[in-house]
Design a binder for this molecule. Structure first.
Ligand code: SF4
Ligand code: SF4
Length: 433
């Protein structure tokens, strides 16, 4: 595919809010809730109410495509199976574990004395058994990418973190820079690739400062600054910036595998300590919380607890009338309550006063949405085709290429949520209705 040069734009940045405070650990919530869903796949529960649970114990299985185990993030007892709000915007069943606060570990969590002997196959199997999935928002099972039969020249770590409020990747790299390079080193071995590249936005000079001195111990790994535009973290854009190549479907077609920086850091612990994917860093931020900051937490931690740890809501903000954005404002999802739980695909919760409805009923025909679209779509035409349920036209207009970056809504002077219409058109196309 010939990818015309995506322009991208500069958008307002609110990262400073949550960068001021150091990374906080909150390792012992009273209860965690392990959702019985991974991406959109329902999980099979393997434990019962009353079971004793250890950290790292398998509590559920993903079956079929991307099959892998899901592990407990705290030790204690299964106290209930409950419905909880998931960042997908749905209520889902979850395993409630009452934390005994003893941090008892499953026997499988053991340090490896030597990691040099692992074969490519063993390294990929480790990803699978650890339930490793992408922490950048997609939640895609990592091992599936590494099972490619295509030759891989380069593994790229995407630490671009484009969303304007998120700092979870940035804070984690600053706290544990060497872990990122170790994770990338193991990814390169799992891909048989000689080259590894960490990409980051040009203004994040601190990332360069902490990583550069360590590179001497990691041959084949280099750093690459990416322009400060949105959506520079888009996978296709990152691959093009690093390799000059484009692709139609998956980066492996261009000899590339791309992973998020937090995923690489978890993988270092998977290989060296056999710790499965059970925790992550989440940014709690926005004008609606007193002390925005980042938390390192076990999966299943209630977001409400993290808002309280952040000093609670700002004066005068009624939590029932606040707006909670799961993910970032560009690509995330607005959720009306704070009863969410932390999961692999939830990198941030942004709390804001409910915005005034400024939507102007009329499209002004200004064309700004088409001007900024990185994949050169015409969102207004797609919206019209959706409204008339013209599936053939939706297809012709290439709606399936939309990567939900949110730019068209961001620039619209009438505040039309045009991204949602394009998303609905894509759904219609998928259903073939
Ligand atoms: S959300 Fe989709 S249609 Fe809108 S600008 Fe991004 S890629 Fe284009
Ligand atoms: S940016 Fe908004 S007003 Fe302008 S053409 Fe697109 S939908 Fe219409």
């Amino acid at each position: 595919m010939i990818l015309r040069k995506a322009k991208g734009i500069q958008i307002d940045c609110y990262k400073q809010m949550s960068k001021e405070s150091p990374l906080h650990e909150h390792l012992n919530p009273q209860f965690v809730y392990i959702p019985l869903i991974q991406q959109t796949t329902a999980l099979k529960r393997t434990v019962e109410v009353g079971d004793d649970i250890l950290i790292g114990q398998v509590v559920a299985l993903r079956e079929g495509f991307g099959a892998m185990p899901i592990h407990a993030s705290v030790s204690g007892k299964v106290s209930a199976i409950k419905k909880v709000w998931h960042c997908s915007g749905k209520m889902v069943d979850a395993i409630e574990i009452k934390n005994d606060l003893l941090q008892r570990m499953d026997d499988s969590i053991q340090p490896e004395a030597d990691t040099t002997h692992f074969t490519r196959e063993e390294l990929i199997e480790k990803m699978k058994q650890a339930g490793l999935s992408g922490l950048g928002g997609a939640g895609f099972p990592t091992y599936v990418k590494y099972q490619t039969k295509l030759p891989i020249d380069v593994v790229i770590i995407n630490a671009v973190e484009c969303e304007p409020y998120l700092t979870c990747d940035y804070m984690l790299i600053n706290a544990y820079p060497e872990k990122l390079l170790k994770g990338l080193h193991y990814f390169m071995r799992a891909a048989n690739a000689n080259r590894g590249v960490v990409t980051f936005k040009s203004y994040n000079t601190h990332v360069k400062e902490v990583l550069q001195p360590l590179l001497v111990n990691y041959p084949g790994i280099e750093l690459k600054e990416i322009k400060d535009i949105y959506p520079a973290g888009w996978e296709k854009y990152v691959v093009q910036q690093v390799t000059g190549k484009t692709y139609e479907g998956l980066p492996a077609e261009a000899g590339v595998i791309v992973d998020n920086s937090a995923t690489a850091m978890v993988y270092a612990d998977v290989v060296e300590k056999n710790i499965p994917l059970i925790s992550r860093v989440i940014t709690i931020t926005g004008e609606g919380v007193k002390n925005p900051r980042n938390y390192y937490v076990p999966f299943g931690t209630p977001v409400k607890e993290l808002i309280q740890l952040s000093g609670g809501y700002t004066e005068g903000l009624d939590p029932a009338k606040a707006w909670y954005i799961a993910g970032g404002p560009m690509t995330g999802r607005a959720i009306l309550i704070d009863d969410l739980i932390v999961s692999d695909t939830l990198g941030a919760v942004i709390v804001k006063p409910m915005p005034e409805d400024k939507t102007h009923p009329e499209c002004l025909g200004c064309g700004k949405c088409a001007d900024v679209c990185p994949v050169f779509l015409t969102p207004t035409e797609i919206k019209r085709a959706y409204e008339t349920k013209d599936v053939e036209l939706i297809k012709k207009l290439n709606a399936q290429k939309c990567m939900a970056c949110g730019l068209c809504s961001y620039v619209c002077p009438s505040h039309i949520e045009i991204t949602d219409f394009v998303g609905k058109a894509k759904d219609l196309l998928r259903k073939g209705a």
